[in-house]
Design a protein around this ligand. Structure first.
Ligand code: BES
Ligand code: MN
Ligand code: ZN
Length: 495
């Protein structure tokens, strides 16, 4: 999708579809200035009883004229002030509608929203439009099942805001490119994205985005002592990989060294504690944390991040082969702690614990964040739209929550009650990898916390809910969403 900014009025643009917006109570749409067209659109809103509720849409076909072939008014709801969310959703819906109208060239009139900057509004519009236009169609051989792609998008803005709008477009495109990458990886079939294929992809992405990249194979991992990660991988013939990406900012002195760790289980069958069929359906998405980390890393140079950032992808497949690890096994870990396997389906924490401990010891970060589709319990707690944010550091909590809010992602603070640690301290080893029935997202986070030094600011994002939608829930189309990539990029832009 080619995106450009214009200061000409929406009503004079020669496009297939012109998109403008109206909030509840608006009598005319926002985002264009031509008095005659505004009047026509206002009349149409009135005669159709259009109320501007979130999700409402209204089409107007002007007869003739040199401007747009069609107008689409999208409702913003009651309080479009919430950071970028209403606008992002509305543009997402608009670009999805564009496909139905076979509109390849569209224009969007940037609406003014009180309390929000042009920069934020324009970025929300671009990110929403790109998210709506995304499709995973590489395996379709029948073109009729493909949606009409939006090939050109013109953002119409008032003269005074053109500079800010151009900057917003650039950042919106950088974030969207990254998010699309994460979505492509998560949507890909598990047989086509094994740990070694994922690692090769990461190498390519690194080359294209100015990152250093090292791929660790099984022998390297054995030498390093990443025993827990290797145990998870025993039930499959696919060899595991750990990818170590490194971004070094140009020029400026680096004050911070940040480590991102992603869970990359390319397929999670549950292992010998086999998942029931329905629960296994979308387990190709169990590498969404690693996808988000790779995606965020790919954006850092262009986004102008000023910190040194490392990305670690823990890539394994969790299957049931003859040599699979078993309930009751006692594992060694990189950190030296022993772990009893209570359930082979709690594999994510075993992959992450070695990477977290290794990164803390060897990379000496100033802050560390891990991203993982870690627990079904987090989905039970927060529902499918929100990720859980676990940290003992108030500053990390505030910074990540702010980055998520600005990105239109839902990230909700969860507790790390110390006393629940006892739930993991049972049996013959230092820790058990399951904590019992209740508070599963919290005990998982506490487990990880045992492998991170207390003084290191660390946060854990459980993205099990939003990483993958099995329906078209909340306007985000079915399948992969790229969850956490936008938030990580925002956060890393600001550090
Ligand atoms: N990958 C799953 C978590 C998951 C569940 C992600 C649903 C996305 C949607 C994870 O490895 C897992 O299986 N967790 C278990 C942990 C339990 C055995 C303690 C779970 O959530 O049931
Ligand atoms: Mn599992
Ligand atoms: Zn898993």
């Amino acid at each position: 999708m080619r995106i450009r900014v214009t200061t000409r009025d929406l009503s004079v643009l020669k496009v297939d579809l012109a998109v403008c917006f109206a909030a509840e109570g608006d009598r005319r749409p926002r985002g264009l200035a031509d008095a005659a067209v505004l009047r026509s659109l206002g009349n149409r809103m009135k005669s159709e009883g259009f109320r501007g509720r979130a999700g409402d849409r209204l089409i107007w076909n002007p007869d003739g004229g040199a401007g747009p072939g069609r107008y689409l008014i999208v409702g913003l709801g009651k309080h479009p002030g919430a950071p970028g969310e209403a606008l992002r959703r509305a543009t997402l819906a608009a670009t999805r509608d564009a496909a139905d109208f076979i509109a390849g060239r569209i224009a969007i009139g940037l609406p003014e929203i009180s309390g929000q900057s042009t920069l934020e509004c324009a970025r929300a519009v671009i990110e929403g439009a790109r998210a709506g236009a995304y499709q995973f169609d590489r395996h379709l051989t029948d073109d009729s099942r493909r949606r009409t792609p939006v090939t050109a998008l013109t953002l119409a803005v008032p003269e005074a805001t053109a500079g800010a709008a151009r900057k917003a477009v650039r950042h919106g495109e950088i974030t969207s490119d990254a998010t699309d990458l994460a979505r492509d990886l998560v949507n890909e079939a598990p047989s086509r994205l094994t740990p070694s294929v994922f690692a090769r992809q990461a190498t390519k992405v690194a080359r294209a985005s100015g990152l250093q990249c090292k791929v660790l194979a099984q022998a390297d991992l054995r030498r390093l002592g990443m025993s827990a990660l290797l145990e998870v991988s025993r039930g499959t013939r696919q060899p595991p990989r750990v990818v170590h990406l490194k971004y070094v900012p140009k020029g400026r002195a680096r004050r911070q060294r940040i480590v991102l760790v992603g869970k990359g289980v390319t397929f999670d069958s549950g292992g010998l504690n086999l998942k029931p069929g329905d629960s296994m359906t979308y387990m190709k998405a169990d590498m969404a944390g690693a996808a988000a980390v790779l995606a965020a890393m790919s954006a850092l140079r262009d986004a102008g991040c000023r910190a040194e950032v490392h990305g670690l992808l823990g890539l394994v497949e969790n299957l049931t082969g003859g040599d699979a690890y078993k309930p009751g096994d006692i594992l060694d870990t990189y950190a030296g702690k022993t772990v009893e396997v209570g359930n082979t389906d709690a594999e994510g924490r075993l992959v992450l614990c070695d990477l977290l401990a290794w990164a803390a010891a060897k990379l000496k970060p100033t802050a560390m964040v891990d991203v993982a589709t870690l627990t079904g319990a987090c989905v039970v707690a927060l529902g499918p739209a929100a990720s859980g944010l676990f940290t003992r550091h108030d500053e990390m909590r505030d910074a990540l929550a702010a980055a998520a809010a600005a990105s239109g992602e839902k990230l909700w603070p969860m507790p790390m009650y110390e006393e629940y640690l006892q739930l993991l301290q049972k049996g013959p080893a230092d820790l058990c990898n399951i904590g019992g029935r209740w508070g599963g997202a919290i005990t998982a986070a506490l487990f990880l916390g045992e492998f991170v030094p207390r003084e290191l600011p660390w946060a854990h994002l459980d993205i099990a809910g939003p990483a993958f939608n099995d329906t078209e829930f909340g306007g985000m189309p079915g399948a992969a969403t790229g969850a956490a990539a936008p938030t990580l990029i925002r956060w890393l832009e600001s550090v």
